[in-house]
Design a protein around this ligand. Structure first.
Ligand code: CUA
Length: 139
């Protein structure tokens, strides 16, 4: 085997090993994103439609803004009544697509009290830009 062939093989083996290593060390992060805690403090249904957000709480109340308590684990069940929207809280680096005919479950745990913009981040028609509301994180 000549030197060029040996170099080629060791490059492929090395690159493969690095990719596996990166995949392996990413697993805990991916798992943390995927796993919904068994006992969230709060469950909220999030309904998106052109061009508004609706939040349905487990006590039956409905609001056009999302209000949670700081530190609570909040499970969101997001769906759309028409086209694809995207639930984006820029200040919390939180973004998830909202898809018609499907309920996307995800959780968040905002821990700093305040008000944050929720902005639709998927072009969804004429008033896409004004499809926004507030996330209120209470103390
Ligand atoms: Cu909804 Cu853009």
């Amino acid at each position: 085997m000549d030197a060029a062939k040996t170099l080629e093989i060791s490059t492929i083996v090395g690159a493969t090993a690095i990719l596996f290593y990166i995949g392996f060390i990413s697993l805990p992060v991916l798992y943390a994103f995927q796993t919904i805690p068994d006992d969230p403090d709060m469950v909220v249904e999030v309904i998106a439609r052109q061009w508004a957000w609706e939040f349905r709480y487990s006590d039956g109340s409905v609001s056009d803004r999302l209000t949670v308590k700081a530190g609570d684990v909040v499970k969101l069940e997001l769906t759309s009544e028409d086209v694809i929207h995207s639930f984006f809280v820029k200040d919390l680096f939180f973004k998830v697509d909202v898809i018609p005919g499907k309920v996307v479950e995800i959780w968040m745990q905002p821990d700093v009290p305040g008000e944050y913009w929720i902005q639709c981040a998927e072009f969804c028609g004429k008033f896409h830009g004004s499809m926004r509301t507030r996330l209120v994180v209470e103390e």
